[in-house]
Design a protein. Structure first.
Length: 117
């Protein structure tokens, strides 16, 4: 049974690991959160109708080994943070990649908006 811990470590190292952090920062006003898993569209270009920027959304992923997360991995967290911020939509996605030694980083900054009546 001594080889079981060594095998577990080998599987974890070889398979890689992905961690994530996400948050939003209010830019204007305080809006109530929308329901969990609300449908928040990602718009590019921004909508033609009048809106206000209400939140900066940050999603940060780190990984090692063979994983390579991208926007499709960050979108659920972007939408979750937009719902928490009370946003009607998300615009201005800015993707950034970087690395340090063996750790790779993928960071998305976006803007949550609220439509004006």
């Amino acid at each position: 049974m001594r080889s079981l811990p060594a095998l577990l470590v080998l599987v974890l190292v070889a398979g890689g690991c992905t961690t994530s952090q996400s948050r939003f920062v209010r830019l204007e006003g305080a809006y109530p959160p929308r329901p969990e898993n609300c449908d928040v569209p990602i718009l590019n270009p921004p909508p033609a109708r009048d809106f206000v920027r209400i939140a900066r959304i940050d999603v940060h992923l780190e990984w090692s080994a063979y994983d390579r997360p991208g926007l499709e991995n960050a979108l659920p967290e972007i939408r979750k943070q937009a719902c928490l911020a009370g946003a009607d939509a998300v615009i201005e996605l800015d993707e950034r990649r970087g690395s340090h030694i063996e750790t790779k980083r993928y960071h998305v900054i976006a803007t949550g908006i609220k439509y004006r009546n």
